[in-house]
Ligand binder design. Structure first.
Ligand code: NAD
Length: 474
């Protein structure tokens, strides 16, 4: 069995770690636990491939990336099913984010790189300056398990389109699906070493971050790990993109249509079983309609279908691991001990004794300063917090260590957009929350540094060089 993809070849890993099915606890397979020497090999392969790949024309790179996308598309069904087994994501969602989205990303960046000039000429005092966009070099990419294919390809597509090469250290929980990227890359004819895949744990990630052969680090994961990585990159003066955690607010304005709002919050506040960085997990409700909002959110949570994530109709599947389930149940106890009112959920559903399920959970009478309102729970748990004025709602939304996502719900779009403008986050939705491939995604404050998606996502893998040219004298 092959568990690493290095220099265009699959190879057995020296150390392995079991990958377990979230819904059943059964063994799915053995993933790699990449060792330092395997990561050395991966970085060496990426460095060796760099000159050839960055000197290929953007059109040549685009052709390969488009073939890579086609090879991923052919695997959509098997990839999305495997991801669902690994992390519990409902299959309908997995088909989109792990199936079609990665291929769309590869096409998008292939086209962007092929269509954009890498050199721009600007007049200067002495003649002209050539401003060049050059690939930053070898990228060490580290991804979590919650949206494994999407988050990996949000790095792979712009990096490779820019002419960088990469070592991807995927999370151990989703070590198996990561190798599908290697299969598709090889089938597409991606030159050996351009993309290397070495799943492993935190120690492997830390080793990659400080590796002398890495020019840039691209990380998605927790704020705790992001801070450690940021420190190392700061010391090394190594460019780094950090996509971290969140505790986003859904501001329900007093004119909101609650039917429309609840249909939207089903996605914004419960997507992927709550294992989503931009989750609108703090629902801010006008005091004048507080009970009505709490009842509506409770009805929404109770109406979600919880069960087998491979079933088409399932809204909420299991959490990724017993560790994650225990963490979420701990937060339920913390919420109760803080005096919040548990309205629905808060336990393991009786009909789901296997796997790592937690019922969709709603807390009311929550203070914004409570731990369940400030800390990222990463499960299907929402808090409903009262406010009196729009200004107070914005203040509460901003009263958070994080600043990644959020949403505003209102019958008056202009009013909602004005509220959205005042919230300090990298992204925010109006009457829906949906990422846009063409717009930068990322956070402020403890939610990170840098952006992915859109042209800004490509720029994150380019470095700028100015060549000052003296005007020739005749
Ligand atoms: P995590 O930080 O524990 O792990 C994420 C990845 O980093 C894994 O591959 C892990 O092995 C690796 N890692 C852990 N410690 C490391 C270290 N010190 N050095 C290098 N690598 C290290 O996060 P998690 O619990 O697996 O994932 C959930 C977190 O990811 C949540 O906080 C979530 O909000 C965040 N996330 C953010 C985004 C975003 O775009 N902002 C997207 C998805 C998830």
């Amino acid at each position: 069995m092959t568990r690493l993809f290095i220099d265009g070849q699959f190879r057995a890993a020296d150390k392995v770690e079991p990958v377990v099915e979230a819904a059943t606890g059964h063994l799915l397979g053995q993933g790699s636990s990449a060792t330092e020497s395997e990561l050395d090999d991966a970085v060496t392969a990426a460095r060796t491939a760099l000159d050839g790949w960055r000197s290929a024309s953007p059109d040549e790179r685009a052709d390969v990336l488009n073939r890579f996308a086609a090879a991923l598309k052919e695997r959509t069904a098997s990839t999305s099913e495997l991801c669902t087994r690994e992390n519990g994501m409902p299959i309908a969602l997995s088909r989109g984010v792990n199936g079609s989205f990665p291929a769309a990303l590869l096409h998008y960046y292939a086209e962007m790189a092929a269509d954009s000039d890498v050199e721009e000429i600007r007049p200067s005092m002495i003649g002209h300056t050539i401003v060049r966009r050059e690939p930053v070099g070898v990228v060490g990419a580290i991804t979590p398990w919650n949206y494994p294919q999407a988050l990996a390809v949000m790095k792979i597509a712009p990096a490779l389109a820019a002419g960088c090469t990469m070592v991807l250290k995927a999370a151990p929980e989703t070590a198996l699906d990561a190798l599908i990227l290697g299969e598709a890359a090889a089938e597409a004819g991606l030159p050996p070493g351009v993309l290397n895949i070495a799943p492993g744990g935190a120690a492997a990630g830390a080793f990659l971050v400080q590796h002398p052969g890495v020019d840039k680090v691209a990380f998605t994961g927790s704020t705790v790990a992001g801070r450690l990585i940021g420190e190392v990159c700061g010391k090394l003066m190594r460019p780094v993109t950090l996509e971290l955690g969140g505790k986003s607010a859904a501001i329900v304005l007093d004119d909101a249509d609650l039917d429309v709002t609840m249909r939207g919050l089903k996605n914004a506040s419960f997507v992927n079983n709550g294992q989503t960085c931009h989750l609108s997990s703090r629902i801010l409700a006008p005091r004048s309609r507080y009970d009505e909002v709490v009842d509506a959110v409770a009805a929404l949570a109770e109406g979600l279908s919880v069960g087998d994530p491979l079933e088409e109709s399932t809204d909420v599947g299991p959490l990724v691991s017993s560790r994650q389930r225990d963490r979420v149940l701990d937060y339920v106890r913390i919420g109760e001990s803080e005096g919040a009112k548990l309205v629905v959920g808060g336990s393991i559903p009786e009909d789901q004794p296997r796997g790592w399920f937690v019922s969709p959970t709603v807390f009311a009478n929550v203070e914004n300063s409570a731990r369940i309102a400030q800390e990222e729970i990463f499960g299907p748990v929402v808090t409903v917090i009262a406010y009196d004025t729009d200004t107070e709602a914005v203040d509460l939304a901003n009263d958070s260590e994080f600043g990644l996502g959020g949403s505003v719900w209102s019958s008056d779009t202009d009013r909602a957009i004005n509220v959205a403008r005042a919230v300090r986050t990298g992204t925010i939705g109006v009457n829906e929350y949906q990422l846009d491939i063409q717009a930068p995604f990322g956070g402020v404050k403890a939610s990170g540094i840098g952006r992915e998606l859109g042209p800004e996502g490509l720029a994150a893998y380019q470095t700028l060089k100015s060549i000052y040219c003296l005007r020739p004298t005749d």
